[in-house]
Design a protein around this ligand. Structure first.
Ligand SMILES: Nc1nc2c(c(=O)[nH]1)N[C@H]1C(S)=C(S)[C@@H](COP(=O)(O)OP(=O)(O)OC[C@H]3O[C@@H](n4cnc5c(=O)[nH]c(N)nc54)[C@H](O)[C@@H]3O)O[C@H]1N2
Ligand SMILES: Nc1nc2c(c(=O)[nH]1)N[C@H]1C(S)=C(S)[C@@H](COP(=O)(O)OP(=O)(O)OC[C@H]3O[C@@H](n4cnc5c(=O)[nH]c(N)nc54)[C@H](O)[C@@H]3O)O[C@H]1N2
Ligand code: SF4
Ligand SMILES: [Mo]
Length: 791
């Protein structure tokens, strides 16, 4: 059954000449958010499907939102509409009635699809049957599931070593699928399990594992509600974790204060109009940040050191906690005695008075929660920065007590669960021991490739097969040209996907697209109604079951695809009962219970309404499973990225209308952008100083230590308030600017938030750092004086 196309056909590709800018919002959500969400949903799903789908979203008996990893309220405390505008968009993207079938692939040669943006590709609709691109062919053509598995298995068995295959995961994969996937990959013989986390919160996981002994956050939703102070650094919750604003609202109503640390005055940090309350729909909403610190990009390490110095100066230290639970305090204090305030002011772009105002709020709070996301994790010194943040929390004992703790806010809806289930290129020996005891084979012990190393291995021929469980590797990884060339060198690329994206059209010699059930759809694998489970950003695990008929009768679940591929590749080796695991996901959950720490009685515990919370020793009992059994203060040298004269420090971020490389639409409502994405936000004084004007069309040119340069062409300058020397533009359009080797020390995360660029007249060669005299520049965009759409 291939369903008819939706009533509203997809838009044609992006036409940047329609760009309108101006009128940033000063509040997030409200009426407009509800209207936008429902309009999109009805356009693509129709009214009754919209209702059926959205009312099951994030409900105890429903399915988990495909958007971000923000947790749900406890069972019994949920609204009938327990989702946000962007959650509704995420669901619509998957539950759309638009489809791409074999006719589509016959009509569109790969060469034509390569000219399209991720926006156009995604809009075409759900993939309906397995497709293959044969060696030398110009088109994808249909292939049966059995032939597809035989093809992949043949390639895998033909490799000289299992380490020549790479198995990527994006963070939507369920716990059940992730568990059988890593089991298959390790039984096959490699730890090459890179994931999106390598580009995301890896710096967090590394910093937390080294300091508190576990790479996850230490708070619950109740802790956020009960905090006296909440610090939100490097995060844009209004767009990327919108229901976090409901939690912040509750905290504010209970008297909490909020410090926002961000180069941009994001609407969702300023004010929240909760669509679930009359005050939010028609009233003024709730003011959020009490103190806004417009930090310079990459200035957070310096800021945290300034805050620490202030706390030490006022002896605002929980000495009992420090004595009982930590190590390294004296050395840290000694190091911070030497802070140089002029250096801190220069690095942060803030005055000492601003930093001290925040310091005083910290000093007087007895319960502080620290939240952060990509603004902290995607810099060269990210691991160091997060360790300094941990120092701040440890000094005041803000961990392992109610209303306080560390709250890294995760991205993809199950990225944390995938790691828990063993998707990791550097698995712990104990995890592999447990796998060995349960399944009786000897898993590989050497570490595998992360995402950056995977690109390198494909580039130099050490890897020849690339298999992706979801995601969009070509667009998501840095250094687009290098990454795409790497994928093209593969013998075989395979994508298990719901919708088309760039990675399907940048193929190896042979390529497969394997269409998969989404979370909103009924999974009847093995002839019974299956459920899956997921883990949110606060370590809560719960079940998810989709209500909709699948987009096509040919779709299979991720579990089915993995187990079938394992049978085709490994046969009866090791006697792992792939067919039984495939037929009943409870059988997988019983294995998870035996292998994964904290998951005893897993199948029973996920039956409970709302599920259960995984153990977290620092949160639960102030025990710190580090090598020394205590939390560790880190001495971190102050290290600030130097930007040469005439250059800007560019961060690459998300618009309000995208989910990573999935582009839902062309508006960034809160930042006042409409109908376009190729914009670069620059401080008006910098625009003037560099000789440009608001509206000029420029190329972005990045400059690197090795003397190399990279160009991303044709961005419109948009005057936008932010610290001097900073700039911002959307990802993935900016990924061509970031060299593969530019990554965070200790975590290998691409430095997506610290790119030194100059603006250059289009096609302008290696010109000066300011606008070259006498060069004609295309100019102008529509600039509104009123907000484009009031919130
Ligand atoms: N709707 C929607 N939701 C999403 C996603 C999406 O694309 N769309 N993506 C999901 C994923 S995978 C992730 S990881 C999260 C990402 O969630 P975020 O981390 O909120 O995403 P970004 O857009 O990268 O925004 C980074 C924020 O950090 C700020 N920032 C940049 N550089 C610095 C800096 O040096 N210091 C400080 N203090 N701030 C800085 C930026 O101004 C911006 O506000 O969202 C998840 N949720
Ligand atoms: N410059 C720059 N680069 C970045 C970032 C940045 O801030 N700046 N952020 C980084 C971050 S935080 C992340 S997490 C990565 C994201 O990297 P990825 O996770 O690789 O990318 P996504 O865009 O989330 O993947 C979207 C694709 O997933 C597939 N998909 C959707 N739903 C499902 C499903 O249910 N099952 C399966 N199997 N497939 C599905 C669809 O085909 C869709 O096109 O990008 C990173 N790259
Ligand atoms: S906050 Fe995140 S998980 Fe919750 S509904 Fe919105 S997008 Fe979905
Ligand atoms: Mo992410």
């Amino acid at each position: 059954m291939v369903r008819p196309f939706a009533r509203k056909p997809p838009r044609d590709d992006i036409d940047e000449s329609d760009l309108e800018v101006g009128g940033e919002a000063h509040a997030a959500a409200g009426k407009t958010a509800v209207a936008v969400a429902l309009k999109r949903a009805v356009e693509q799903m129709g009214p009754s499907r919209t209702a059926r789908t959205l009312l099951k979203l994030n409900q105890v008996d429903g399915f988990d939102c495909q958007g971000c990893a923000w947790p749900d309220p406890a069972a019994g405390h949920r609204h009938a509409a327990e989702f946000c505008e962007n959650g509704a968009k995420a669901v619509t993207e998957e539950a759309t009635r638009r489809c791409v079938d074999r006719g589509f692939f016959a009509e569109h040669p790969l060469a034509a699809l390569e000219e399209r943006t991720d926006y156009w590709l995604g809009q075409q609709g759900r993939i309906t049957e397995p497709m293959v691109k044969r060696a030398g062919s110009t088109h994808y053509e249909p292939i049966s599931w059995d032939d597809a598995f035989t093809l992949v298995a043949g390639h895998l068995r033909g490799l000289d070593s299992p380490d020549e295959a790479i198995f990527y995961t994006s963070g939507k994969t369920s716990n059940e699928a992730a568990f059988v996937y890593q089991l298959f990959v390790r039984a096959f013989g490699t730890n090459n399990l890179p994931d999106c986390s390598n580009m995301c919160h890896e710096s967090t996981s590394v910093a937390l594992a080294e300091t508190i002994g576990i790479g996850k956050g230490s708070v619950s939703l109740e802790d956020v509600h009960d905090a006296e102070l909440i610090v939100i650094a490097g995060q844009n919750p209004g767009t990327n974790h919108p229901r976090m604003l409901s939690a912040l609202e509750i905290a504010k109503q209970r008297g909490a204060r909020i410090i926002a640390v961000n180069p941009l005055r994001e609407a969702g940090l300023v004010r929240f109009k909760n669509p679930q309350t009359p005050r939010g729909m028609v009233g003024p909403g709730t003011a959020l940040a009490d103190l806004f610190l417009p930090v310079r990009i990459n200035g957070d390490l310096a800021l945290f050191q300034g805050l620490a110095a202030y706390l030490l100066e006022h002896d605002a230290v929980d000495h009992d906690f420090v004595a009982a639970h930590t190590e390294g305090y004296e050395a840290w204090v000694e190091h911070l005695r030497q802070v140089d305030w002029s250096e801190i002011e220069r690095a942060t772009g803030l005055t000492r008075a601003q930093v001290e105002e925040a310091g005083e709020m910290l000093r007087t709070s007895s319960r502080t929660v620290f939240c952060w996301a990509m603004g902290l994790t995607q810099h060269r010194n990210s691991v160091a920065t997060i360790k300094e943040l941990v120092n701040l929390a440890l000094a005041q004992g803000n961990i392992g007590k109610p209303g306080a703790g560390l709250c890294p806010v995760r991205g993809h809806s199950n990225v944390q669960g995938d790691r828990t289930m063993g998707i990791w290129e550097r698995p712990k020996p104990e995890f592999l021991d447990a796998l060995q005891a349960e399944f009786g084979f000897d898993p590989p012990r050497e570490h595998g490739f992360d995402t950056v190393d995977s690109v390198k291995a494909l580039t130099d021929g050490r890897a020849r097969v690339f298999f992706a469980m979801g995601g969009n590797f070509a667009s998501a990884v840095s250094d687009t040209e290098v990454t795409e060339a790497a994928l093209r060198r593969a013998d075989l690329t395979v994508h298990v996907s719901t919708k088309l994206n760039r990675s399907h059209v940048v193929t190896g010699r042979e390529a497969l697209i394997l269409p998969v059930l989404g979370r909103s759809e009924k999974d009847l694998t093995g002839g019974r109604e299956q459920r899956v489970t997921v883990e949110d950003s606060m370590s809560a695990v719960h079940a998810s079951k989709g209500p909709l008929e699948p987009a096509s009768e040919h779709l299979r679940s991720e579990v089915d695809i993995v187990c079938s591929l394992a049978l085709a590749t490994l046969g009866a080796a090791y006697e792992i009962p792939w067919a039984d695991l495939r037929a009943d996901y409870s059988a997988i959950r019983r294995r998870i219970a035996n292998v994964v720490p904290g998951c005893a009685a897993y199948d029973e515990k996920v039956e409970r309404p709302g599920g259960f919370v995984l153990p977290h020793p620092p949160r639960d009992s102030r025990t710190f499973p580090t090598a020394v059994g205590r939390a560790i203060f880190s001495v971190v040298p102050l290290d600030v990225l130097a930007v040469p004269e005439g250059r800007l420090l560019l961060q690459t971020m998300r618009s309000h209308d995208q989910f990573n490389t999935t582009i839902y639409g062309l508006d960034d409502r809160y930042r006042g952008v409409k109908n376009g994405r190729r914009v670069v936000f620059v401080n008006p004084d910098d625009i003037r100083h560099l000789g440009w004007e608001d509206g000029d069309l420029v190329d972005l040119v990045s400059e690197w230590d090795d003397g190399s340069e990279r160009t991303a062409p044709a961005f419109r300058i948009v005057a936008y308030d932010q610290p001097i020397g900073c700039a911002a533009a959307y990802y993935p359009e900016t990924n061509p600017l970031i060299p593969l080797d530019s990554k965070a020390e200790g975590s290998n995360t691409p430095t997506s938030k610290s790119v030194v660029v100059r603006l250059q007249a289009p096609g302008g060669g290696r010109a000066g750092v300011t606008r070259p005299a006498g060069v004609d520049v295309e100019h102008g965009h529509k600039r509104a004086t009123d907000p484009i759409q009031q919130s």
